[in-house]
Design a protein around this ligand. Structure first.
Ligand code: FAD
Ligand code: SF4
Length: 511
């Protein structure tokens, strides 16, 4: 055999660069399911189903094309790990080389390299052209920059890929319409009717996977009972079309809004399909831009959406590969507290956190502001260990792959990487959550109370954080105002906050 082409669970595209020179007469494709991949972190049942079902559907397509496919199923080799399964496949096929697209995880990349070395098989890494900025291009852009900022990278990407451009200028005369994208839902009427995202009832393959997951991973968090995610390219294209037609027009305006029992808002829910390569980011961006050019969606919505994919998604991946493996250990503030148990059950008195966790356990999904400003904000204010929080985020969302999960958690939510690629810590008090949602109206806590029986943990811990880091926050123009506001509090009030914060931090499980 010439090439054994290993396709990982997040590389499910028939256009994969690893398949560019595929010759069924001399090459074979290898796909490996392994129980160890569901237990590296304690994965949500829906996340395991997402990957396995998409892999099995992909295998069907490969077989229909007459490819030689070696598919190692979950139960084929007992509890053998991914590394052991790969080693056996290398021994079975004895290829001249293993060909594989750059992995989405540093751990997986090292594991594959070492399996090849042990087996004495050459390993050909192929640039992952799914992404619009290669790792080399990103490293060249980042070279000599001490601190990396998405906004400047994004402008380069807009120019390079000619997205929303009018000659050398951005369409609409400005690069970023973020200021127009922060509305909350009307407090009196709520979000109103939001068109539902596309949902796909489990077919025979998905149903079989759900049954296997229930059997082999019965105590894993979350449920697969509500599974509705796209698991084939065809379904992913339907989900894209649904979003562009029905939901994109209001995506921007309500991007930061939250409301009880409104898990998706106007968001796209395309991250899992993108991360498993069922969708190409170029086609998603082109569809959004076309909607603007046809007058079907306003510029602020389209620019806001494109910025997430062409800007944040590419930037985050670049930073991950640049800063690994150190990023996994980063802990700017030296936080060490354990993750409260209710992160896995949703059983907390904080209504905002409860809603975000319960929808996460039900669907494996929460939108960006819920991840950043509710669970992430809490984790930072409560001084939780970044590594424990990172493991949780990697386990709990259907779209979680480490290259995108880790920089978002360590860098964005926890500021564990310091100012490396975010200009400030994203901390906010209960007032922010109150403004952006209706959560507080059904909560035992009061967002305006800093101390006392009904003090909101976000509010108390926010002021505690500001006081602890006042000096550094004062020296940063983006956070100086936060620190200055501390002076509005009397010394007695600050002492009460300190005491309240100490009580809360010592019994996080009870909040
Ligand atoms: C702590 C934390 C952990 C996260 N973990 C993940 C993760 O494991 N996997 C993941 O795909 N995203 C992650 N994100 C980013 C973002 O929250 C999700 O991509 C988004 O919520 C997915 O929902 P959506 O498809 O409806 O996105 P939309 O809001 O509709 O956005 C459109 C697309 O833009 C991309 N995107 C948006 N924001 C980001 C971002 N910050 N970084 C990279 N891509 C982005 C996604 O591909 C998304 O599908 C995380 C964010 C935070 C704060
Ligand atoms: S009062 Fe505080 S804990 Fe309760 S919902 Fe509002 S922000 Fe969340």
């Amino acid at each position: 055999m010439r090439h054994l082409i290993l396709l990982l669970g997040d590389q499910l595209s028939l256009n994969s660069a690893a398949l560019a020179e595929f010759d069924p007469a001399q090459d074979a494709v290898l796909v490996i399911e392994a129980p160890s991949e569901a237990t590296v972190v304690w994965s949500h049942k829906a996340r395991i189903v997402m990957f396995l079902s998409a892999m099995r559907h992909f295998a069907e397509e490969a077989r229909a094309r007459g490819w030689t496919l070696d598919y190692v199923a979950l139960t084929d080799l007992g509890q053998k790990t991914f590394a052991e399964r790969l080693a056996e496949a290398l021994a079975r096929h004895r290829p001249k080389a293993l060909k594989v697209l750059e992995a989405g995880e540093f751990r997986m990349q090292s594991l594959i390299a070492s399996a090849c070395q042990t087996a004495g098989v050459a390993c050909h890494w192929v640039d992952d052209t799914h992404f619009m900025c290669s790792r080399t291009e990103f490293a060249a852009w980042a070279k000599s920059k001490r601190e990396l900022r998405m906004e400047f990278f994004y402008r380069e990407m807009r120019k390079r890929h000619k997205v929303l451009m009018q000659g050398a200028e951005p369409v609409g005369g400005q690069w970023n319409f973020d200021q127009d994208n922060r509305s909350s839902y009307p407090k009196k009427t709520g979000p109103g009717e939001i068109p539902l995202p596309a949902a796909f009832a489990p077919d025979a393959i998905t149903s079989e996977v759900i049954a296997e997951v229930e059997k082999h991973f019965p105590d894993h968090p979350g449920t697969a009972r509500n599974f509705f995610w796209p698991v084939t390219r065809e379904q992913a294209l339907t989900a894209l079309d649904n979003f562009i037609r029905l939901r994109l027009p209001n995506f921007g305006k309500y991007q930061d809004a939250m409301w009880t029992n409104t898990p998706a808002g106007w968001h796209s829910l395309l991250s899992a399909a993108l991360n498993l390569h069922l969708l190409d980011p170029r086609e998603v961006i082109a569809a959004a831009e076309q909607a603007y050019r046809d007058g079907r969606a306003p510029l602020e919505a389209v620019e806001g959406f494109i910025r997430q994919i062409l800007g944040w998604r590419e930037f985050i991946r670049g930073v991950y590969w640049l800063d690994m493996p150190a990023m996994r250990e980063a802990n700017h503030y030296g936080h060490q507290r354990d993750l409260p148990r209710w992160f896995w059950t949703g059983e907390t008195h904080m209504a905002c956190v409860r809603d975000c966790l319960q929808q996460t356990l039900a669907y494996g999904y929460a939108h960006h502001i819920q991840r950043l400003m509710v669970t992430g904000n809490f984790a930072l204010l409560a001084e939780l260990s970044p590594q424990q929080v990172e493991d949780w985020y990697l386990a709990i969302y259907v779209d979680a792959v480490e290259w995108v999960e880790l920089p978002n958690t360590a860098g964005m939510a926890l500021h564990a990487c310091g100012p490396r690629f975010t200009s400030k810590p994203y901390v906010a008090s209960g007032a922010y959550i109150h403004r952006q949602s209706n959560y507080c109206s059904a909560c035992r806590y009061d967002p305006a109370q800093r101390s006392g029986e009904r003090a909101c943990p976000f509010t108390t811990l926010y002021w505690h954080f500001i006081e602890r880091h006042a000096k550094v926050l004062m020296s940063n123009p983006r956070t100086a105002l936060m620190a200055k506001n501390l002076n509005r509090l009397s010394e007695a009030e600050r002492a009460a906050i300190r005491q309240q914060a100490a009580r809360m931090l010592s019994q996080l499980d009870a909040l």
